[in-house]
Design a binder for this molecule. Structure first.
Ligand code: F6P
Length: 545
């Protein structure tokens, strides 16, 4: 189905033509009730989208598009466990991972017994470690845990682990290694004692090159230092959907924690892939994380579209991308603890919806996911915000802040929030030439200099943003926040008509890398490669030697 030919799409397009010249300043001036009318809240999260370039008639039109795309039907299909990931012939059931009760998705296909059993095994494992009762090969207690994984097997637990570091176990170090570059693993190993270190090999497929090479290097380091290959069994665990590959690696059966083919990598934070996180924050806080996500799932499943946070967020994204022409979306957390959230969202959104072929195999008739990028907002202000304010590009922004801080240094939190709110206001309302002139004229600047400076002091404004204001960043809220974005991604995928749950676009690079790797050592193998790659290889060989 080509959604761009639907009546709903055409109605939005007509609305845009009549409406989009209106500046956000004017929209706010016209409607004093705008902030409350264009905001939603749920479980300690205020979602203020009043600084988006929409009015009260925009959302119903967008909601009609969601209806046209049969969003409710697709949502039901996902929650019913239908194989909506068609190109991989898989169900999409990450929501099961945070459910507190079963059977789910149904009595005939109930995944909850294995989900609950794995959760219980993870909790027992984490508790033993946290109590200092997990012993290494030499009988010393484990003090450091290294999660070796990449993409979805790294970003989620690392992101939440950093967000909740204020409640991390004080005596256990939890580290994340993802990069093939030895510059990540080597310095870390130098700080670790092999007798007290546990490696978690997190890989759904247990074949990912980065993860397997880092795991092998860690194993070699361990065996070399402890002098016995049998030590591997006491110092490695695996989080994987391919347990037989973990056994081959030397990992004991009771240290292999399963996930299933119905959990996509970027949706796997809630599964065994979250074990490093659970070890850091404890099973109770991990359960709070799941509870927050489960509440968002229920909200998503049961709330009418126009009051449904993920749906509204998704629809605004569609509006900005497909009707206003935005090509990127900035994620700007005003919260140090959300430092890794932009990277996490990059995978979640771009690996899910960065596609131009629909679920039916036909080219999409419209743009899909914008480029997601971002940085801690306060740091970004002193780096790239210049472009947001005066660069002349449309860059919708997601501002994210938490009102209460776990690190309440006097005056810091108030100043941080003031900056967050100021930026979204400045981006929306800007500063007109008249305002800039009147400001400058209050200085002693000569008129000619004033006129020269004036164009540089004008801020066009009208830059759309939403603000997600959390009452605080605890485990439950961050669970809800992540689930909110997951469902946003799903809704957008449904409207664009693509499969959000496969990732074929990552395969080509992997295959090419495996054909180039042997050519580094064997020049004859490079002959069939393109001349640029041959040159890069020749230069590398020269310097490797
Ligand atoms: O290459 C992309 C990808 O497959 C992601 O989708 C996934 O999260 C990551 O690699 C890691 O995969 P695995 O958990 O199988 O090692």
């Amino acid at each position: 189905m080509n959604i761009t030919t639907s009546a709903a799409w055409k109605a939005i397009e007509a609305h845009r033509q009549s409406f989009s010249p209106v500046h956000l300043r004017e929209m706010f001036a016209r409607d004093p009730g705008r902030a409350t009318a264009l905001s939603l809240s749920f479980d300690g999260i205020l979602f203020d989208f009043s600084k988006q370039r929409i009015d009260s008639t925009t959302l119903p039109l967008l909601a009609a598009l969601a209806k046209e795309a049969r969003l409710d039907e697709w949502t039901k299909r996902m929650f019913d466990g239908e194989k909506i990931n068609a190109s991989e012939d898989r169900s999409v059931l990450h929501v099961a991972l945070r459910r507190s009760h079963g059977p789910f998705p149904g009595a005939d296909l109930d995944v909850m017994p294995e989900v609950v059993a794995t959760r219980q095994r993870m909790a027992a494992f984490a508790d033993t470690l946290r109590a200092g009762q997990a012993l290494g090969f030499t009988g010393m207690p484990i003090r450091n845990v290294v999660n070796i994984g990449i993409g979805g097997s790294d970003l989620g637990p690392k992101m939440v682990g950093y967000a909740l570091r204020s409640i991390s176990h004080p005596a256990l170090g939890v580290h994340y290694v993802s990069n093939l570059d030895g510059a990540q693993l080597a310095p870390l190993l130098q700080t670790l004692d092999p007798r007290t270190t546990l490696f978690l090999v997190a890989s759904k497929t247990f074949t990912t090159q980065e993860t397997m090479l880092n795991a092998q290097t860690a194993r070699d380091w361990l065996v070399a230092n402890l002098g016995d290959a049998a030590a591997v069994a006491s110092h490695f665990a695996a989080l994987t959907a391919k347990p037989e590959r973990a056994f081959e690696f030397g990992i004991r059966e009771d240290a292999v924690f399963p996930l299933w083919d119905w959990v996509g990598g970027r949706f796997s934070l809630w599964s065994a892939v979250g074990l490093a996180l659970m070890i850091a924050i404890g099973p109770h806080a991990f359960a709070d994380l799941l509870a927050g996500a489960e509440r968002m799932d229920e909200h998503f499943r049961s709330t009418p579209h126009e009051r449904n946070l993920p749906v509204v967020m998704a629809l605004i994204g569609i509006w900005n991308t497909n009707f206003l022409g935005a090509t990127s979306n900035a994620v700007l957390p005003y919260n140090e603890s959300l430092k890794y959230f932009p990277s996490f969202l990059q995978q979640l959104e771009m690996e899910s919806n960065g596609k131009s072929v629909g679920i039916d195999g036909q080219p999409l008739a419209c743009a899909s996911n914008p480029i997601v990028w971002g940085e801690l907002g306060n740091n970004g202000q002193h780096a790239f915000f210049q472009l947001l304010h005066q660069g002349g590009r449309l860059v919708p922004c997601d501002f994210i802040a938490a009102v209460r801080s776990d690190y309440p240094l006097p005056g810091h939190q108030e100043a941080l929030l003031a900056n967050c709110f100021a930026q979204s206001a400045a981006l929306a309302f800007g500063k007109t030439g008249e305002e800039a002139r009147s400001e400058l004229s209050r200085t002693s600047m000569p008129l000619a200099a004033l006129e020269e400076l004036l164009p540089h002091k004008v801020f066009p404004g009208n830059q759309p943003s939403s603000t997600l204001l959390l009452s605080r960043l605890d485990a439950q809220t961050i669970g809800a926040l992540v689930a909110l974005y997951e469902h946003k991604v799903f809704v957008q995928g449904v409207i664009w008509g693509l499969n959000s749950f496969d990732q074929w676009g990552v395969e080509l690079g992997k295959a090419v890398a495996s054909s180039i790797l042997p050519a580094i050592a064997q020049p004859a193998l490079a002959e069939k490669l393109d001349v640029s790659t041959q040159q890069l290889l020749a230069f590398s060989r020269q310097h490797l030697a």
